[in-house]
Design a protein around this ligand. Structure first.
Ligand SMILES: [Zn+2]
Ligand SMILES: [Zn+2]
Length: 176
């Protein structure tokens, strides 16, 4: 579940920068390898189109203005997704539940597993953990896993640091 949430974050963020991280079939192949999306034989340009469309849908769930909107969007996505729970152990991961149906395309695989992971976030009333980075020039999304729900940057080393340095410089300017 945590892994599937990280996968949906990775998927959405492929669309957050220029150039697009899913511009070509090769990019999708690399994404499938990176996220260890199992049971995928070969990916085609049709898969690429479907996954890019799905990316937009997941992004809309992430940034939905309120819970009912998020629920509506996610239900629409889940309604057309076949889901078959199946226990699996692969790539060194401990036993876990897969939700994609046998023979699912890459997009359907991601819709099922990432969709269920997001459904649990909504059910547990933790939608406020689905965040977009607060740095003005960054549109990366992330899941806030901090205990006090205080994380505002996608990555403390890059955006967090960058913003702290900027704030420090601004303070120095004001002081002098
Ligand atoms: Zn798996
Ligand atoms: Zn950021």
């Amino acid at each position: 579940m945590v892994y599937s949430l990280a996968t949906v974050v990775d998927l959405i963020n492929t669309g957050a920068d220029e150039p697009d991280g899913l511009a070509e079939v090769g990019d999708l192949e690399e994404f499938v390898r990176r996220r260890e999306v199992s049971g995928v034989e070969a990916v085609t340009s049709r898969d690429l189109g479907e996954v890019r469309a799905l990316r937009e849908e997941f992004h809309a769930v992430f940034t939905a203005p309120d819970q009912p909107a998020a629920v509506g969007l996610l239900n629409t996505l889940l309604q057309r997704t076949r889901i078959t729970p199946h226990l699996a152990e692969h790539d060194g991961h401990p036993l876990h539940v897969h939700y994609f149906a046998p023979g699912a395309s890459v997009a359907e695989h991601l819709a099922a597993d990432c969709g269920v992971a997001l459904a649990h976030v909504l059910v547990e009333n933790e939608r406020d953990r689905l965040r977009t980075c607060a740095a003005p020039d960054c549109s990366h999304v992330f899941v806030d896993e901090s205990r006090n729900r205080s994380r505002v940057y996608c990555d403390s080393r890059t955006c967090g640091n960058r913003m702290h340095v900027a704030a420090y410089r601004a303070r120095r300017r004001d002081a002098s």
